[in-house]
Design a protein around this ligand. Structure first.
Ligand SMILES: Cc1cc2nc3c(=O)[nH]c(=O)nc-3n(C[C@H](O)[C@H](O)[C@H](O)COP(=O)(O)OP(=O)(O)OC[C@H]3O[C@@H](n4cnc5c(N)ncnc54)[C@H](O)[C@@H]3O)c2cc1C
Length: 542
């Protein structure tokens, strides 16, 4: 560790690492301090959960990570490898039918036609509409949100950019408005009639949300999840695809660190070192304090942790305006997500498509989401402080593509990740310590209804309840996005209108985590945009 730094970044999640990499590339002496022993935050490969197995214990699939970052930091040359799933998804239903989505449109339409010819015909138009809207909105992701109340020329320029975007939406203005504000159930019902299509598509609207499919605002979460794609090693971008990362999601942070080191940029990464306080002197930050009382000074401090931890946990209240503190207290971040990680001795033998040999049904995301009513009932439980008796499950088996995830002595074993909804952070009349094992058993039992061999194939199992997500990954209230992704907390209001341009309310303080625009997911974009703003403010190096 050097004795002086230009910038200290608190938190070594992927966004903190992206900011560090850009600042290091620009020549700034940068220090990243991560409280856990491993870098990556929620984009991590854990090796201590089931020794010998590599587990993407939090996030598990990639698509949103921005191609510009991959290019700028040369991440493919530094070990990043995406494994595209083909087919991308499989939804088995209780009556024994199943729906695949496929890489080719015509193949997906054939699948949909098993349920509704009308839906199959409409699907091409739906995909084209989503693509057009995503293409118009995507430039906003890389933009620093304007302050609509300011007449500063840079702000006016950004507002003009938004005007151009609105013009570009032209014929898609109505679906774009619906995507911004409607419930995902209403949105998919407008397009499709079959339960199979409605429920499979609606899952994207509730991933990570504290909301049900009928809750207004969930259609935006669907849009957020389709604004991505995968850049292959040859540099070709494939819109809308999701992929596993070879070696687990920790492959993303590992490649960022490797790229920084390959360029010999002046960045130090220190894991296992929590910051306890951001130090302030006369309204200006001057460094951070560690658990042992050690002080590290720097004129610029960047917080990659969530807004509540940043302002209520790391800063003394006396340094902040009382109204600002109140607004941060009211910042919405409720979690209802649980994550289950399993090691299986055999692949699931689905009643809807039997077979324990590696098949198309094991390749992509396996959805358990019978219909919209089933999904809303799952939310009803959560709303009343209970885990869902009939949970919504999104399962992946990345070891089907990546044999580095299992130990050589168990080449036939598989790793399964399950994103399970809902497990509300606050349970009524009980605690997660008591309820976690019961919910885990129910999830395994539920999967057994579709793949009867699964419960008997479980070799290792783990549930990460919202309490565990808060404790292990420092996700306040178990909120996986560092704040709800509703219109009132997006773009020029993320995390608050007064600090939506990556600058905090104190001189020298910045934010670069998912609590800033454009929000959660393994996108790297908050980190990228924050670095750009910091470099705008700092004098050129050297
Ligand atoms: C269960 C789960 C599943 C998900 N699935 C997906 C998915 O499949 N695909 C996807 O794109 N997104 C997914 N997400 C969302 C995505 O992972 C997150 O939104 C994103 O990774 C957050 O990145 P970040 O860098 O902003 O913050 P984080 O990853 O939260 O990083 C913040 C870091 O700060 C550290 N920290 C906190 N306090 C301190 C302190 N005082 N001192 C030092 N360090 C500190 C934390 O330990 C952490 O490492 C998932 C999230 C979860 C939890």
């Amino acid at each position: 560790m050097s004795s002086s730094y230009d910038v200290i970044i608190i938190g070594g999640g992927h966004n903190g690492l992206v900011t560090a990499a850009y600042l290091g590339k620009a020549g700034y002496r940068t220090l990243v301090l991560e409280r856990r022993d491993v870098l990556g935050g929620c984009s991590v490969t854990e090796q201590d959960i089931f020794p010998g197995y590599k587990i993407s214990a939090a996030s598990y699939v990639a698509s949103l990570f921005h191609p510009n970052i991959i290019r700028d930091l040369d991440l493919h040359a530094n070990g990043l490898e995406f494994l595209v799933r083909d087919p991308p998804s499989f939804t088995p239903f209780a009556d024994g039918s199943h729906l695949f989505s496929c890489l080719e449109l015509a193949d997906t339409q054939k699948e949909i036609a098993k349920f509704s010819q009308r839906d199959a015909d409409r699907y091409a138009e739906y995909e084209a509409m989503l693509t057009r809207i995503a293409e118009q909105i995507e430039p906003l992701l890389l933009m620093t949100p304007p302050d609509p109340t300011s007449l500063d020329p840079r702000n006016l320029w950004r507002l003009l950019g938004m005007g151009k975007m609105a013009k570009g939406l032209a014929g898609d203005f109505l679906p774009a408005l619906q995507l911004a504000s409607a419930s995902v159930a209403d949105f998919v019902r407008d397009w499709f009639e079959s339960d199979a299509m409605q429920s499979t598509l609606a899952t994207d609207g509730i991933i990570g949300a504290y909301a049900g499919v009928e809750s207004p605002g969930t259609a935006y979460v669907l849009l957020h999840h389709v604004m991505g794609g995968i850049t292959d090693a040859a540099g070709t971008y494939h819109r809308g695809r999701w992929a596993y990362v070879r070696g687990g999601m920790g492959g993303i942070p590992a490649s960022i660190v490797a790229s920084t080191q390959a360029r010999h940029d002046p960045v130090d990464f220190i894991a296992g070192e929590p910051v306890v306080r951001i130090l302030v002197d006369k309204g200006k930050v001057r460094g951070v304090e560690l658990t042992n009382g050690e002080v590290i000074e720097a004129p610029t401090v960047v917080s990659a942790v969530d807004p509540r931890i940043t302002y209520l946990g790391l800063l003394d209240e006396e340094n902040l305006d009382a109204e600002f503190v109140e607004q941060i207290r009211n910042y919405k971040m409720k979690g209802a997500t649980t994550k289950v990680n399993l090691v299986l001795s055999d692949l699931p033998d689905f009643t809807a498509l039997p077979g324990v040999e590696r098949g198309r049904q094991h390749s992509g995301t396996i959805h358990v989401c019978e219909n919209l009513e089933y999904m809303e009932r799952a939310w009803e439980d959560a709303k009343h402080g209970r885990w869902s008796r009939e949970p919504i499950l999104e399962c992946t088996i990345p070891s089907v593509y990546d044999d580095t995830l299992v130990p050589p002595e168990h080449p036939d074993h598989h790793v399964m990740n399950i994103f399970a909804l809902y497990g509300p952070k606050k349970l009524v009349g009980s605690t997660w310590k008591e309820e976690g094992p019961a919910f885990l058993d129910r999830i395994i039992e539920k999967l057994g209804e579709f793949a009867p061999n699964l419960p008997g194939s479980v070799v290792h199992k783990q549930i990460l309840t919202p309490d565990d997500l808060e404790e292990r990954y420092a996700l306040t209230e178990g909120c996986i996005f560092h704040g709800a992704m509703g219109l009132d907390q997006l773009f020029w209001a993320r995390p608050l209108p007064s600090i939506a341009q990556y600058r905090g309310p104190l001189d020298g303080l910045y934010m670069c985590g998912s609590g800033t625009h454009p929000g959660g997911g393994v996108t790297g974009i908050p980190g990228h945009n924050a670095a750009r703003e910091i470099l705008r403010d700092k004098p050129p190096r050297g």
